[in-house]
Design a protein around this ligand. Sequence first.
Ligand code: ADP
Ligand code: MG
Ligand code: ZN
Length: 495
Amino acid sequence: MLLLVLLFVFISRRMSALRGGGAGGILGRFGQSGARLYDAERPATTFADVAGIDEVKAELLEVVDFLKEPAKYERLGGTVPKGVLLIGAPGTGKTLLARAVAGEAGVPFFSISASEFIEAIVGVGASRVRDLFNKARAAAPAIIFIDEMDAVGRSRSAALRMGSNDEQEQTLNQILTEMDGFDPHEGVIVLAATNRADVLDPALLRPGRFDRRIQVHSPDRRGRLAILLIHTRNIPLDSSVDLNEIAAQSAGMVGADLRNLANEAALSAARRGASLVTLTDFTIALEKVELGSERKLTLTALDRERIAYHESGHALLGLLLPGADPVSRVSIIPRGQSLGATTQTPVDDRFNYGEDYLRGRITGALGGRAAEQLIYGVVSTGAEADLRTVTSIAREMVVRWGMSPVVGALNYSEDGAAMVFGTQRPYSDATAQLIDAEVKRISDECLAQAVELLHDNRSRLDGLAHALLEHDTLTADEILRAADLPQPVAVTAGA
Ligand code: ADP
Ligand code: MG
Ligand code: ZN
């Protein structure tokens, strides 16, 4: 009886859901969201709000110029791109740039995220696209911004293999039709953003569509400084704060991270009730942004000691290995997933790595495990993330960068698509075994080197671990003092 009743309830729910999604439902919901989604904005953002990516700004200036004075371009018969695709990692400022283009040109900005198209009910994606383009055309000159383009623009052959998605295909086709259908002189320019240009459907990249593609790179040190300057415009800074130094310490961070960093520093000062943001606030913020918030954990004395030796192992190897990135901080305060952390900051952004450097990275990553092995004779689960780093670097050395004499100077790396779709890997079973053996050899050699170095420098290791147990966190200078190592000769910037 109960089952029957439940079944009945289930069926009647389904029925009403279907009715709600019927003709009336679509019109109602579509009409509503249409109005909300496509209201044009007039962003106040300008290029002054964007920093560190000057070459991108220069390319987009032309687009701004065209939107301001379409007539000038018409007269000269020059061609203006219909579509510009911004490619870059999340948080590098693509959305910000698109808004800045609209702001600079003073034109309406119609934006939508492509993932919203495909969330919609079947058949609505395409009509939303049509609606969006019609509104923009009526308001020309205008900008249409499609965020997360890869959500609809994925290569159709790949999508087919995953089981085709009609909605995505129809939406994509409609975007292509609209872009083919309008004349650039109508004054509408389509900007789109993606972080995965490699998966985009080639049809999107054909001439007359997104034929202009702009890479938005992660900022280098100077870029990071410029971005920090923007995001600290309204933050009262203490004279102890050297943004140049913070830019140096934030290698790998993108614009969104840096905004977050400035914000966290301001919050930290506010919590202290201070009126100026100090260097300490920035140091706390850096740790938080990089490693997550502190975690309250009660550790036994033995656990703390083990963690101290583990981190000291990383840090000491970072100091002893020639060419390794300088160690700027060690801590045994638990944060996020990790129980301790050793931070190494590259002298400057590197774009090309030598084999020695990579081996040094592996050896350093194994330093925690090596120290535990040396001191306690056993290892713990604390090295899981380290081993992941080791495996991925060693593997890339073998399959990607031809650094294994046995495997040879070949590139066997598989692209993402091949992995996802389970196609054949591009090498034989025999090669697969060779690769595995070589990855293991590299890791074994590096571990042996790590253990040997730590063994030979046992008193330095002890000194570091004890200092850590006492102070929880050590800065670059304190690390050198605790390990009884000389201060490095100053490296002059720009050299
Ligand atoms: P994306 O769209 O590439 O993921 P966003 O444009 O959404 O990145 O960036 C998020 C925020 O990070 C921006 O609103 C801005 O505050 C900050 N930001 C990112 N890049 C920059 C940059 N180059 N200059 C200044 N601020 C930036
Ligand atoms: Mg974005
Ligand atoms: Zn570790």
